[in-house]
Design a protein around this ligand. Structure first.
Ligand code: NAD
Length: 292
């Protein structure tokens, strides 16, 4: 039965809305914590960065090229009364990542939360995919997460737990994708990178749990950002997308940001090695909605 048959209209709102910032939390669950968010000049990363700030964390806003977007995130964070600065770094470059963490230690003293979010797509039919396209996506999406996760683990182990700040020595959130479990024709490099993140995240989580370091992933479904404009910009594209989303609306970046704040907070202290699918049911085999 279509959503309209149940008496409500399917959500349909193409066009990129302004980012809706969550209210500054009175509770400030992340007060005193220092966070680093990669790819935070746009989309999901920008919303996560601002939401962490609204929960009380100071935030390093990493960007690769879009300094304007990074500056906007920094301004939104400062307006909320936390410290923030923009840091250019290519997450696929070891030198850039080392320098980014060194500056974070110099500015903030330490890092308590990493959100490894930077990612990109370079799509092609498999038999036309170049080695350069393969390497680019793997190096940013997977190697970038490896480098930032490794530097975070080094810092968390060095510092250890500070109970007045958090139950854990550190929290890592890898932004993966539903394509860590859903194969994706025409995007083999992207799906391989996200599948790789899944096993990297779980293996690191197993290795560092005794140090009270928590490592988890968020796997978004279809979220309205620049990376996937083709999928939501026209009514036709939006209608086709909704066939894949049982909840019948596209996700917004704040849907991911709220989950990230929770995974970074002590409210989720006993959770490590988990993947949280924030996808409106996209991983529920929507093709079987009507019984198959
Ligand atoms: P986006 O294009 O707005 O964000 C990606 C960010 O990564 C950009 O800010 C970009 O500048 C940054 N980036 C790219 N290469 C980089 C590099 N080498 N170093 C540092 N930063 C770099 O798109 P988004 O949708 O917000 O994507 C964020 C993450 O969410 C990605 O990992 C993406 O794979 C994942 N994701 C998005 C969706 C979705 O529907 N939007 C779904 C599943 C997963």
């Amino acid at each position: 039965m279509a959503a309209t048959d149940k008496g409500f209209a399917p959500y349909h709102d193409p066009g990129l809305p302004p980012i809706v910032m969550p209210e500054c939390s009175v509770e400030r669950k992340l007060k005193g914590q220092k966070a680093l968010v990669t790819g935070a000049s746009s989309g999901i990363g920008k919303s996560i960065a601002v939401a962490l700030g609204h929960a009380g964390a100071d935030v390093v806003v990493n960007y690769s090229r879009d300094q304007k977007g990074a500056d906007e995130a920094v301004a939104a964070l400062q307006a909320c009364g936390v410290r923030a600065y923009a840091q250019r770094a290519d997450v696929a470059s070891e030198d850039d990542v080392l320098a980014m963490f060194e500056r974070a230690r110099a500015e903030f003293g330490t890092i308590d939360i990493l959100v490894a979010n930077a990612g990109l797509q370079q799509d092609a039919p498999f038999d036309q995919m170049t080695l350069a396209q393969w390497n680019k996506v793997i190096s940013v999406n997977l190697t970038g997460q490896f480098l930032c996760t490794r530097e975070s683990v080094r810092e968390f182990k060095r510092r250890g737990v500070k109970p007045e700040v958090s139950c854990a020595a550190g929290k890592i959130i890898c932004v993966s994708s539903v394509h860590d479990v859903i194969p994706w024709a025409g995007h083999v490099n992207y799906a391989a990178s996200k599948g790789g993140i899944s096993m990297m995240m779980k293996s690191v989580a197993q290795e560092v749990a005794p140090f009270r370091i928590r490592v988890n992933a968020i796997s978004p479904g279809a979220i309205r950002t620049p990376i996937n404009m083709d999928a939501w910009q026209t009514p036709e594209a939006y209608a086709a997308l909704m066939k894949l989303v049982p909840y019948k609306r596209i996700g917004e970046t704040d849907d991911i940001a709220r989950a990230a704040v929770w995974l970074a907070s002590d409210d989720s202290d006993y959770i490590t090695g988990a993947t949280l699918y924030v996808d409106g049911g996209m991983t529920l085999y929507p093709g079987f909605e009507t019984g198959g």
